[in-house]
Design a protein around this ligand. Structure first.
Ligand SMILES: C[S@@+](CC[C@H](N)C(=O)[O-])C[C@H]1O[C@@H](n2cnc3c(N)ncnc32)[C@H](O)[C@@H]1O
Length: 371
């Protein structure tokens, strides 16, 4: 018999795109009233006052889990395998975790299915499959014999994630729709990962009536995250979404504008156009928030081409942004961006290092000064 839900719910953890830990922690604290216990590369461990379906609505996390056990003290040696086996068998309160899991992710009809996932990063004196075997041994007795192991779409997933000396083990609450958004009907090369776009939207501190512009919108991921964000933006009361102003976007490539229109159609109002971002058909000082992912000069253009492009685009962005407005830009060539920003006098507010499609990149937040 599953135990009833304890008065103090078990801890949870989220796997996040490395570099987004701080933004994900802010989202968990601000939107869910959670308490962040620990962050490490790619990981946020937290507690919630109550574990309910809102945890599945986080937008800056890749996956969320109920924590069975965690450790910062792996030795990298084979003795870790004994610990994994023992912690999985003895430290975890699986009946309670499975009970909470069932409440959030009702079991499909038929014989229950399960799947074991082991991820491992870093050089350890054992293989990933050895760690997975230790996990399976630790779970003996927890997984009823009647459950069927499957590779895809299991009703219950037991995960073990090892990153250097850190290991976390738990039950996956989210499914693939947390990281792959359902609005993404059209894809483009160099499309941004939705969780990164969501982080940029959070960093932009957007109010409900703010005009948000992405002048190089590609398939529209950033604008989609603005329209889809369920969290209260600045000026909105908690729990009350209200309508937001139409988003503005465009791209020099007509097929990108068309892809963005398809992706945004069901999300909310969007004004889209084919344009050159260095000569925008917009009046001066009409944009409150500019959030964008210009070409890195890797996939879509050459590295040298970004120098004149970044200078020209920033002059134009400065013209359309209101004084006091914020710009959030993700680039790979941070030095080129900084030198272009120097010409227009925006003030740096924040910077996060991430990797995008294998390239190091920075998310930078700028404020245009008041006169
Ligand atoms: C990195 S992609 C943006 C990807 C987008 N964030 C997404 O998730 O799909 C950069 C985009 O900038 C567009 N672009 C490049 N130069 C431009 C310019 N001068 N004016 C407008 N768009 C431009 C490209 O066509 C491309 O779609």
């Amino acid at each position: 018999m599953p135990r009833s839900q304890p008065s103090v719910p078990p801890a949870c953890y989220a796997l996040v795109h490395p570099g987004l830990e701080a933004v994900a922690a802010e989202e968990i604290e601000h939107d869910l009233g959670g308490e962040v216990k620990k962050t490490s590369p790619g990981l946020v461990v937290f507690r919630l006052p109550e574990i309910d379906a809102r945890v599945l609505k986080l937008r800056t996390t890749e996956d969320v889990f109920l924590l069975a056990w965690g450790s910062d003290q792996l030795s990298y040696r084979a003795e870790d395998l004994d610990h994994i086996r023992r912690w999985t068998a003895r430290e975890a309160d699986w009946p309670t975790l499975l009970h909470i899991h069932r409440a959030l992710r009702p079991k499909p009809k038929g014989r229950p299915t399960y799947h074991l996932v082991t991820q491992m990063e870093g050089r350890h004196g054992y293989l990933r499959r050895d760690a997975q075997k230790a996990l399976a041994q630790g779970l003996a007795g927890t997984v009823p014999e009647s459950w069927r192991p499957v590779e895809e779409n299991a009703a219950v997933e037991f995960w073990l994630t090892i990153h250097g000396a850190t290991a976390v083990c738990g039950l996956r609450l989210s499914d693939r729709t947390m990281r792959h958004r359902t609005y993404k009907l059209e894809h483009r090369p160099a499309s941004l990962r939705p969780t990164i776009a969501a982080a940029m939207i959070r960093l932009a501190e957007i109010g409900p009536q703010h005009v948000v512009l992405d002048p190089m919108c590609g398939a529209g991921t950033i604008l989609a995250e603005r329209l889809a964000a369920p969290f209260p933006h600045v000026g909105e009361r908690k729990g009350e979404r209200g309508g937001c102003a139409p988003v503005w976007g465009g791209d020099s490539d007509f097929s990108a504008v068309r892809a963005a229109a398809i992706n945004l159609r069901r999300l909310g109002p969007a004004l889209l156009a084919q344009w050159d971002a260095t000569r925008l058909p917009l009046a001066a000082a009409t944009v409150d928030r500019l959030v964008s992912n210009p070409p890195f000069g890797k996939q879509l253009s050459s590295p040298d081409a970004v120098v004149p492009l970044y200078h020209a685009m920033l002059r134009e962005y400065d013209r359309v942004l209101r004084p006091g407005g914020l710009a959030v830009l993700i680039v790979s060539a941070a030095a080129v961006l900084r030198s272009a920003v120097r010409n227009i006098g925006w003030k740096a507010r924040r910077q996060l290092s991430v990797r995008v499609l294998g390239h190091p990149a920075v998310i930078t937040v700028w404020q245009k000064p008041q006169p």
